[in-house]
Design a protein around this ligand. Structure first.
Ligand SMILES: Nc1ncnc2c1ncn2[C@@H]1O[C@H](COP(=O)(O)OP(=O)(O)OP(=O)(O)O)[C@@H](O)[C@H]1O
Length: 575
């Protein structure tokens, strides 16, 4: 009886995982068709569906096991054995690290108050324990002795998207020219020179990306080729060699790619070799396995805790009215907790804040909103909490804290990439840096608008500056869909009372926004204020906001390019 229960449990778990992965692959497999047919609505919907799969499958598997196991769900020894039985079923799998994460997710939902537990869960395994599989099937190979023209022609032929091209021959010549200028001007090809391009195409929004590398000059030179499908057909938009731009395509501020992956660890290992400065957990996120990305992140965090001694402290900057934010100075992450009580004028509920964070997780982040991971029962060593932080936690998030065995247990928090709050950055940077930061700040707001996001609170304290000096929004509690807002010019006062009124004399409804007023509060630093106002005149024009709104309402999906306009092969009018 006991044995058959163990067998059944491990089988239900592995079947749950297989079902999830099968559905994941199936939804991903629709993407080339959506790209080919320019069915952007389906592309968006499909991506959203894929994001829901994991949670839904964990819930289903948990419910089946709950009915099967009843009071056994809290039996420690049973789960110890169930883990062993699961290992037998999963250890030969090529996606075993994802299967382990799935096991962890389900047991965390089933077993009462389960902390991270090495006997019952897979805590330290993961990517590093994955077998290394031969790479040959992962990419197409193009030897240098074919000559540049033939190589490029073959690449374009291998990835023809089964759709009409705008001008294939012109694309080939653009690519040849770019490679001559960037690579062949610096390196000479030898017998060893070879080019590899991943067979799987990376799709996101309205674009498709090929990822490859060329071995030349004694090292691998990675590259990315973006394709778009415009009104006159498919075309190569540019060729990216710049490692910063490549890293930005894989940034935590972007949605996950839709890409066919056979062996996740193998794909991550390849990406790791071409996309610099990205950690393993970020790469799993980028290819859509964000739950496993969360597991890998947590491993990295535990490892970091073991190898550091500093204390958790409050994050620098202006304290939030809704969130309490802390960090470990030696680690590039902040931890965000929803406060027990919100400071006025904030009136939303805890659940509403959680919904806003969830909305960001499911929305296109267009390189301007930070991704978060959500944790329950997060354990921190008590002696690493600075007394001042402890005091702040006690007074703002006490109902979510518990102390057990020298550990601080936090019932719910979000983790997010640490950035320099823009208000702080502007206080200490040079005039030139400030100018480009405020330009970026306005660009960020307008790009969010084009993705149908209105940040609500647009003060500089709610934006961060990344290592690459990009400006990213991180305060989600007042976020709204742009299409729900009502942008208005301020009515002109006519009577004496109206002219000298202290309060607005006209009616203001909850979603009314007066862009003319943004000038007053958006930039505190005086020496860049006029530059900002001059540079971003559209920001203060309600008609401009309404025009973006209308485009979105008319069904247009405005594509934000994740690379600068100036590197594109053709001007917009020619596509
Ligand atoms: N990703 C981050 N990196 C660095 N610091 C951050 C980050 N997120 C938040 N902070 C710091 O924590 C403060 C509060 O964070 P956040 O704006 O998310 O909270 P909030 O309560 O929603 O704010 P508000 O009161 O504006 O609604 C910020 O002003 C900033 O100083």
């Amino acid at each position: 009886m006991y044995h058959s229960l163990l067998d059944k449990t491990s089988k239900i778990l592995i079947e749950g995982f297989e079902n999830y992965f099968r559905n994941f692959k199936e939804l991903t497999s629709y993407t080339p068709r959506h790209f080919r047919e320019k069915d952007w609505r389906a592309m968006k919907e499909n991506h959203r569906k894929r994001l829901m799969l994991y949670k839904d499958q964990v819930f289903t598997t948990k419910s089946i096991l709950y009915d099967l196991l009843k009071e056994k769900v809290a039996d420690y020894d049973f789960w110890k054995k169930a883990k062993l039985a699961y290992i037998l079923l999963s250890k030969e799998r090529k996606d075993k690290e994802l299967a382990e994460t799935f096991f962890n997710s389900v047991i965390r939902k089933l077993y009462p108050d389960l902390a991270i537990n090495e006997e019952l869960m897979f805590v330290h395994e993961g990517f590093n324990s994955c077998e290394i599989y031969p790479n040959d099937n992962l990419y197409f190979t193009y030897p240098a002795n074919w000559g540049l023209q033939k190589i490029i022609r073959s690449i374009i032929a291998d990835f023809d998207f089964e759709a009409p091209y705008l001008n294939k021959e012109a694309d080939i010549q653009f690519l040849v020219k770019a490679i001559r200028e960037v690579i062949l001007s610096r390196y000479t090809t030898t017998d060893e020179t070879v080019t590899q391009v991943l067979k799987s195409v990376f799709y996101r929004n309205k674009a498709a990306y090929l990822i490859g590398r060329t071995y030349v000059g004694g090292k691998w030179m990675p590259f990315i080729i973006p394709f778009l499908n415009g009104p006159n057909g498919v075309y190569v938009d540019t060729l990216i060699f710049d490692p910063k731009i490549m890293a930005h395509l894989f940034s935590f501020t972007r949605s996950y790619f839709m890409v066919d992956v056979e062996i996740p660890s193998q794909m991550v290992a390849f990406l790791n070799s071409v996309i610099t400065h990205k950690q393993v957990h970020e790469l799993y996120n980028a290819i859509g396995f964000n739950k496993h990305g969360k597991t890998e992140f947590y491993r990295d965090f535990l490892n970091h805790l073991d190898h550091s001694e500093d204390q958790f402290v409050l994050a620098e900057g202006i304290k939030g009215m809704v969130m309490t934010v802390f960090t470990l100075p030696s680690y590039n992450i902040v931890f965000k907790m929803i406060k027990d009580y919100f400071d006025p004028p904030k009136t939303m509920t805890r659940q509403e804040v959680r919904n806003k964070y969830k909305m960001v997780g499911q929305h296109d982040r267009v390189g301007r909103m930070a991704d978060t991971h959500e944790f329950e029962e997060f354990h921190l060593p008590l002696d690493r909490i600075h007394p001042n932080l402890m005091q702040e936690l006690r007074s703002t998030v006490n109902s979510h804290l518990e102390i057990r065995n020298n550990e601080l247990i936090i019932k719910h928090l979000y983790t997010e990439r640490k950035m320099i709050p823009l208000n702080m950055y502007l206080e200490q940077c040079s005039l030139e840096e400030a100018k480009s930061a405020v330009e970026e700040y306005g660009d960020a707001i307008l790009q969010l608008a084009k993705a149908n996001i209105f940040p609500g609170d647009m003060m500089t304290k709610n934006f961060g500056v990344t290592r690459q000096k990009r400006i990213v929004f991180y305060d989600y509690d007042e976020i709204e869909f742009l299409t729900d807002m009502n942008f208005r010019w301020k009515p002109k006062p006519e009577t004496f009372e109206q002219i000298y009124a202290f309060e607005p004399w006209y009616e203001i409804r909850p979603n009314d926004v007066f862009p003319e007023d943004f000038k007053k509060f958006m930039i505190g630093r005086q020496d860049v204020k006029s530059h900002f106002i001059e540079y971003h005149q559209n920001l203060f024009n309600p008609d401009y906001w309404t025009s973006i709104q209308n485009r979105i309402k008319n069904g247009e999906w405005i594509h934000a390019l994740p690379y600068p306009n100036k590197i594109r092969f053709r001007p917009e009018e020619e596509v």
